[in-house]
Design a protein around this ligand. Structure first.
Ligand code: ADP
Ligand code: ASP
Ligand code: MG
Length: 590
């Protein structure tokens, strides 16, 4: 018998008529011989409406009470859908997260799933019933050992569904929603976005975390970790939708479902060089000109970071393979002769990275990497983070020592460690999809001591408070006392808490202060073929420059390039990047 977990989102169960038509679809699937576990979200806009109700009473309602309130939305849908199914003559039973035994951590509002008890569901399936389960909610054992209702975070029903599929050993998890599947970008912003037949979990993990709301990133993380088949399709028709693919064949035990070992590999790439351009003009087109010139000159650039400064000048830092250093240096020299600025180069650098689907949403992982390295007395030259990989560039002479401490800290086996791995041509597109995130804000800590441990302290303390950083940039230029600026973006909701944490840290740093950036939008391009396609970042910068938009920060990692632009230009930047990569044409997909 095939066990399928099918999840229907808010719009798909947004009215009585929609619930009835979803019930018909489910009944048909049941008649085809499938054992069905159905997960539903709250109807339509219910979760937002409940949130507004609470906010009209209190600016900061207790998190426990918010979970109590929001979990009621899903309870309405499960009951109505079960009533609709029974009305069609199909035997169905609804269950809340607590009734099923979806056991989570105790953190209200964003709990991770620890375990799902499957006995009750299996019994009901054996009786031929359809089980309709409330998404987005679980139960934790509160401090006194009493059960507490928890929620998984906005959009969390996707995670409930894939976690149930994992625990039940289901054949597939199907996410039914209001779009035909995963598209090259959000069709609400770019109407000519195209459907993808397939996307890898790694790419989807990045896109989902960078603003593509179609899937909850944690759902993708589970699919990737456990190799569960995940399909996103429309609830309005029978089209096949998008299938997520995963290379992961090693099934991990279901114990600690969402909190399993987050890291599955480390990598050291030697013979790297860092080029830093500082005090170059801050106007549209500079990054595009620079990286187009390097790409035409045959220089393959790896990591790129850029941040702007007061006084309208820019610093851009990037890494190349040491063999390309002389070529890159000559090109950059001509560039600054024309435009002004200074160039510094450093060779004998190494890039140390950790990878794993569990990095996402766990800021403590990146913080532990930085802390472990700084404890070994090693200074971080550059940092690049993504949802599946965190890299830092350090002095080559320290490479082996840093790698050893990382292996020890993350308890990695020999076969999980690679030194100078060969880049394999994958044939994947350089850019599979693009995403816009308007939820980030930019903060800088000015004049941070340039000694091992400074970046680590910032990341660690923020991580301890549950704050994830993205686009972390250490400035090229130094203050008179040798200090650098560290800028990063974080979720707007975390800004206030971050201020408290940072104020505490900088007390010990003379001349240091916190500075807010202007309102920003983050545009990201993601593609598994990006590392093998020189010039991809340059193309993205060119698209944005052609639209007359200035880029304020750039951060790249292996399979993504993100640009921060002023918030008011976010939508425009997304549209131009999408079309510049020809993502509006189906021929470019797969
Ligand atoms: P549901 O209620 O079914 O969970 P969501 O609103 O959470 O639906 O997610 C679907 C929405 O995600 C779509 O309506 C679309 O506007 C948005 N979206 C953003 N990026 C993408 C993308 N790359 N592909 C498809 N949809 C996207
Ligand atoms: N109802 C919840 C939300 O709106 C969970 C979900 O829909 O996935 O965030
Ligand atoms: Mg959703």
């Amino acid at each position: 018998m095939t066990i399928l977990v099918q999840k229907f989102g808010g719009t798909s169960v947004g009215s009585v008529e929609r619930i009835q038509s979803v019930a018909q679809r489910i009944a048909l699937s049941k008649s085809q011989g499938n054992d069905l576990v159905i997960v539903v979200s709250a109807m339509g806009n219910t979760t937002n409406e409940l949130t507004s109700l609470a906010k009209s009473i209190s600016k900061s309602p207790p998190k426990r009470e918010m979970d109590m309130l929001l979990s009621t939305g899903e309870q309405v849908s499960i009951a109505l859908l079960s009533i609709a199914l029974n009305e069609l003559g199909v035997s169905a039973k609804s269950m809340t997260g607590s009734q099923v035994g979806i056991v989570t951590e105790s953190s209200h509002g964003k709990a991770r799933i620890l375990e799902i008890k499957t006995e009750r569901i299996k019994n009901l399936l054996e009786q031929g019933k359809i089980v309709v389960i409330a998404g987005f909610q679980g139960t934790s054992l509160g401090s006194g050992g009493t059960a507490e209702i928890t929620t998984l975070g906005r959009g969390g029903s996707d995670t409930s569904a894939i976690a149930l599929a994992t625990a039940l050993g289901a054949d597939a998890c199907e996410i039914y929603t209001d779009v035909p599947g995963v598209l090259t970008t959000d069709p609400r912003i770019v109407p000519n976005a195209q459907l993808m037949q397939e996307i890898s979990c790694d790419e989807m993990l990045e896109l989902a975390s960078l603003g593509a709301a179609v899937l909850h990133p944690r759902a993708v993380e589970i699919a990737r970790n456990y190799g569960i088949k995940l399909i996103v399709r429309s609830s309005w028709n029978n089209d096949p939708g998008t299938t997520l693919t995963s290379q992961n064949k090693n099934l991990i035990s279901n114990n600690g479902l969402e909190v399993n070992k987050p890291i599955n590999g480390a990598e050291l790439v030697e013979n790297q060089a860092v080029l830093g351009l500082s005090h170059i003009p801050d106007k549209p087109g500079i990054a595009a000109d620079l990286f187009e010139m390097l790409s035409k000159g045959g220089v393959n650039v790896d990591l790129i970071i850029q941040s702007t400064h007061e006084g309208n000048s820019n610093d851009i830092t990037f890494t190349v393979c040491e063999n390309d250093l002389e070529k890159a240096k000559l090109l950059c020299e001509t560039f600054i002769q024309k435009l002004g600025g200074e160039l510094s180069t450093q060779k004998q650098m190494s890039k140390l990275s950790i990878r794993g689907a569990g990095i996402m949403g766990r800021p403590s992982i990146a913080a532990s990497l930085f802390e472990t390295i700084s404890k070994a007395g090693i200074n971080l030259r550059l940092i690049a983070t993504s949802e599946v990989k965190v890299s830092c560039v350090i002095d080559s002479s320290m490479g082996a020592k840093a790698l050893r401490s990382i292996i020890e800290f993350f308890k990695l086996e020999d076969n999980q460690v690679q030194i100078n791995p060969k880049v394999v041509k994958s044939g994947e597109p350089a850019v599979r999809g693009v995403a816009l995130d308007l939820e980030q804000t930019q903060v800088s800590v000015i004049n941070v001591p340039d000694v091992p441990g400074s970046a680590a302290i910032i990341c660690k303390r923020l991580a301890d408070s549950g704050i994830s950083l993205d686009t972390i940039i250490q400035s090229e230029r130094k203050h008179l006392n040798g200090g650098r600026n560290i800028s990063f973006t974080l979720n707007k909701n975390d800004r206030k808490l971050a201020d408290q944490v940072l104020t505490h840290i900088i007390k010990n740093w003379i001349g240091s202060h916190i500075q807010d950036g202007e309102a920003i939008a983050r545009i990201s391009a993601v593609g598994a073929g990006m590392p093998n396609t020189p010039g991809t970042a340059a193309k993205m910068f060119r698209a944005i420059a052609n639209a007359g938009i200035n880029i304020e920060m750039i951060a790249t990692s292996e399979i993504r390039t993100s640009c921060i632009v002023p918030e008011s230009y976010g939508t425009k930047a997304l549209q131009v990047v999408h079309n510049f990569f020809n993502l509006n044409r189906t021929t470019n997909l797969n």
